[in-house]
Design a binder for this molecule. Structure first.
Ligand SMILES: *Cc1c(COP(=O)(O)O)cnc(C)c1O
Length: 466
């Protein structure tokens, strides 16, 4: 408490030369507000300090902190994060990092004028929806395609166009399984369609759908959930059975695939998941999926299917509110071109991360461990570092219970609390977000991008320096 009276007043601080310079660069109100916040923080810190601190030291410390806070706020709030969590599609961390081809295309288009809505052949107004449609048709085998803001928007547009005021039949089991982040019943309500639930939470048969069909039925709806999530005695109707019932009754089948996979993966379990092409082949009439889940592109909702239904969606006025911009379209186009004529396994970060072999991950983790040990030998803080087997995840609401075997590095800090170390690493730019277990920090190598290792090592070496 003895130091509290050494805290300068806000007015005193504002007359200081460096602070005056800040005021000319940033707005005065902002600098005053920042000064108040810092003074409050320092007051809190000094409360528990028992030895006497020089008044000048307190003053300089406050000025330094105001400067650094003002300057860091000038960088905006969106920043790079190193993902050490092993969760490949982390919704909180922006889901899929983009392929170089997507980024390059987005830069070219973003920097200049472009033909977003111009038909250059005719010199007339064109449609923005024209751009990636052909690529999606070629990649999936569907008759037509349409891209909107995200998959929730795709489902909403599809339901409201094809089923407003009518009934949509859905299995109860699927409603439960994707209940978390994306609520089918709520989207259904907003779309104006009436939800008709059939079956029980664990068993639904094709006869359940059949019995629910009446003159008001507009659609048979199915939401894909991972095969790996079905635990115990469950039964869902296959796409084939649903399509054949739809054909017999003259009703379209709408499949919300959620995470659209365009390429088969070698990975042990995921190869059993249906690709978009397989769903098209099985005869689903409308298929929707996200651009930034397993596709590895930007946030988008992709709709592929029969032309007559897609054409109706294109005419819906709601499309105007769900439309994608040039940046999204260019990033998506770049990603799709990588699938069509490039090397998706190497060049689409998400696909690469999901295709790593155990040996590749072990090599990377061993390398990280070796470099880290060498660098940290003479750092201020003591650490115990070990190689560990981890459970990685796909994440992003896609295959929620599906675990991928991963490899990483475990760090036990000896003279800084894990809590404090984790927070300090999160507050760097780039930030490091890792997992914690017991009193250890776990960094999975699966989700690290090239070059991340070196940055992580320097960040950890610098812990406690500030
Ligand atoms: C993720 C997901 C959605 C929502 O997709 P967004 O692109 O996040 O809007 C909808 N349905 C299913 C089955 C999903 O997995």
């Amino acid at each position: 408490m003895i130091n509290l009276k050494k805290i300068p007043s806000i007015d005193e601080i504002l007359t200081q030369e460096e602070i005056l310079q800040l005021i000319t660069r940033y707005k005065r109100d902002f600098v005053v507000e920042t000064a108040r916040t810092i003074v409050a923080e320092i007051r809190e810190e000094l409360r528990s300090v028992t030895e006497e601190i020089d008044k000048m030291v307190v003053f300089n410390n406050i000025v330094e902190k105001i400067k650094s806070k003002a300057e860091s706020s000038n960088a905006g709030t969106l920043q790079r994060v190193i993902n050490g969590t092993g969760v490949v599609l982390h919704t909180n961390l922006g889901r899929a990092p983009l392929a170089e081809r997507a980024i390059n295309h987005m830069q070219d288009i973003g920097r200049s004028y472009n033909n977003l809505e111009m038909d250059l052949d005719k010199g007339e107004r064109g449609s923005r929806y024209y751009h990636v449609e052909d690529l999606l048709i070629r990649l999936t085998g569907a008759d037509a395609a349409l891209v909107v803001n995200n998959n929730a928007a795709a489902v909403m547009l599809g339901l409201t166009t094809l089923a407003a005021g009518k009934e949509v039949i859905v299995s109860r089991g699927q409603l439960v399984e994707i209940g978390g982040a994306f609520r089918i019943p709520e989207v259904m309500k907003l779309s104006g369609a009436r939800l008709v639930e059939v079956g029980t939470t664990n068993k639904t048969y094709v006869s359940d759908y059949d019995q629910a069909i009446n003159n008001d039925t507009a659609l048979l709806f199915s939401a894909h959930t991972s095969n790996y999530q079905i635990i115990g005695f469950t039964s869902e109707v296959s796409m084939k059975e649903l399509v054949s019932l739809g054909k017999e009754k003259g009703l379209p089948v709408f499949m919300d695939l959620g995470s659209g996979i365009l390429t088969t993966l070698d990975d042990g379990g995921l190869s059993a998941e249906p690709t978009v092409q397989e769903c098209v082949k099985a005869g689903a009439d409308i298929i929707t999926f996200s651009g930034d889940k397993m596709l590895g592109g930007p946030q988008a909702g992709i709709i592929v299917g029969k032309k007559e239904y897609i054409d109706r969606m294109k005419k819906n006025q709601l499309l105007r509110a769900l439309r994608v911009d040039k940046l999204i379209l260019s990033a998506l186009e770049g990603t799709l071109l990588e699938y069509l004529s490039g090397h998706p396994r190497q060049n689409i970060p998400i696909i690469r991360m999901l295709s790593y072999s155990r040996e590749q991950m072990e090599d990377r983790a061993e390398n990280l461990l070796r470099l880290m040990e060498a660098r940290l030998k003479d750092s201020n803080t003591q650490h115990a570092i070990r190689l560990v087997a981890l459970e990685d995840m796909i994440g992003g609401g896609a295959y929620p219970n599906y675990k991928l075997p991963g490899v990483g590095v475990e760090i036990e800090f000896e003279d800084i609390s894990l809590e404090k170390a984790a927070k300090e690493l999160r507050l760097r730019n780039p930030a490091l977000v890792a997992r914690r277990q017991d009193n250890k920090m776990l960094i999975s190598v699966r989700t690290l991008l090239p070059g991340d290792e070196q940055e992580i090592i320097e960040m950890i070496a610098g812990l406690g320096d500030r």
